[in-house]
Design a protein around this ligand. Structure first.
Ligand code: PLP
Length: 388
């Protein structure tokens, strides 16, 4: 086999362990083992019929060609209307960029803004791509520790202490993966004040916006003037159970739309044409399917939180959003990677070590409850047995 010398930047590019653990779990399944999958970050619901039908109709209607790089105009308009209607932000279609999944919004934002000498602040634990893409871009990742004692929310005083003259981009994520936490209105106001005082650009990852258990969603975008320095990241993957469709969007300050569109042209050209018609149907169609999904997640959340808190050595906060629990496992005497490996290899439960989300994840596991109540209960029994 040819021994390729990879480009230096590849040594700085990390990965997402969820995909690696999934591969290991599938390999075990191929040997005949039965595995309960609590590692995956996607809703276990089908995409709603009216959305699938819209895609089929678009395919039959010949929407099978290249389309404009930032998205088809009617979808960009639909996104802007949707954001206004749901009270999230008032924006215009020319600020909306549609991408294949929400991940490219992160990638393009960081590539467009950050390079050598720039510092990027991001939550730890947090979605692993924030750190990975920042490092690959040649910028310096600066973790903001999220602590259980602060309900896994950003401690604004601590954040203030991490800001330097080189800080360029602040990434926040609420509702939060992996912790299930949510920023409060006061948090958002204080974060916005810091961003304005230190002239930071903010990337607010709100991909779990719809999956929340409290009455309201707080965002830095609610603060006057923040839309001019904030990129909103969201998409269809989680809200509409459409992870495989690859559909996401960003809303950008005016000056960033052209550079980000240029990055799209250089990498993906555009987002799948017929998927974008399905995306419109999702935003304009009935919402009761989303409500039912969130109610079901709430039911499972209550079962998994109660079950985990009943296992000696484990304690678990109640998540406010997304579909993950982030239990504290320090009472088991095991490290998080050791416990995750033991659960998979000996118990057949696939979970992620908290360290997959940064060093501050030591002492925690991430379990996804996007799985049936039956499987969740079986997994809880296995965890209890493994630890007794
Ligand atoms: C916090 C967070 N942001 C963004 C994404 C990316 O979502 P998409 O599938 O739309 O690329 C995920 C997916 O797991 C996520 O957890």
């Amino acid at each position: 086999m040819t021994d390729f010398r990879l480009a230096d930047r590849m040594s700085r590019l990390g990965t997402e362990s969820a995909f690696e653990v999934l591969a290991r779990a599938k390999a075990l399944e191929a040997t005949g083992r039965s595995i309960i999958h609590l590692e995956i970050g996607e809703p276990d619901f089908p995409t709603a019929d009216h959305i699938v039908e819209a895609a089929i109709e678009a395919l039959r209607g010949g929407h099978t060609h290249y389309v404009p790089a930032p998205g088809i105009p009617p979808l960009r308009e639909t996104v802007a209307n949707f954001l206004g209607r749901t009270g999230r932000m008032n924006t215009t279609p020319d600020r909306v960029v549609v991408t294949p999944g929400a991940k490219p919004i992160m990638f393009f934002t960081i590539l467009a803004l950050c390079g050598e000498g720039d510092e990027v602040l991001y939550p730890d634990p947090g979605f692993p791509m924030y750190e990975s893409i920042t490092a690959m871009a040649g910028a310096t990742p600066v973790p903001i520790p999220l602590r259980e004692a602060n309900s896994f929310r950003i401690d604004v005083d601590e954040l203030a202490g991490l800001i330097t003259e080189r800080s360029k981009l602040l990434i926040i994520n609420s509702p939060h993966n992996p912790c299930g936490s949510a920023l409060t209105r006061q948090d958002c106001e204080a974060i916005a004040e810091l961003a304005q005082r230190h002239d930071l650009t903010v990337l607010t990852d709100e991909v779990y916006w719809a999956i929340r258990y409290g009455p309201e969603h707080a965002s830095v975008l609610d603060v006057d003037g923040m839309a001019e320095r904030t990129i909103l990241l969201d998409g269809w993957s989680k809200t509409f159970a459409m992870t495989g469709w690859r559909l996401g969007f960003g809303v950008f300050p005016a000056a960033l739309v052209e550079p980000v569109t240029r990055l799209a042209i250089n990498s993906v050209s555009c987002t799948s044409a017929f998927s974008q018609y399905a995306a419109m149907a999702a935003l304009e169609g009935p919402w009761d399917g989303v409500d039912r999904m969130v109610e079901e997640f709430r039911r499972r959340r209550d079962i998994i939180v109660a079950g985990l808190n009943d296992i000696p050595g484990i304690s678990c906060l109640e998540p406010h959003g997304a579909f993950y629990v982030f239990p504290n496992i320090t009472g088991t005497g095991l490290t998080a990677p050791d416990l995750a490996a033991r659960l998979l290899n000996d118990g057949g439960v696939a979970a992620l070590s908290g360290t997959a989300f940064g060093p501050c994840g030591e002492g925690y596991l991430r379990l996804s409850y996007a799985n049936s109540v039956e499987n969740i209960k079986a997994a809880l029994d296995i965890i209890r047995k493994q630890l007794s």
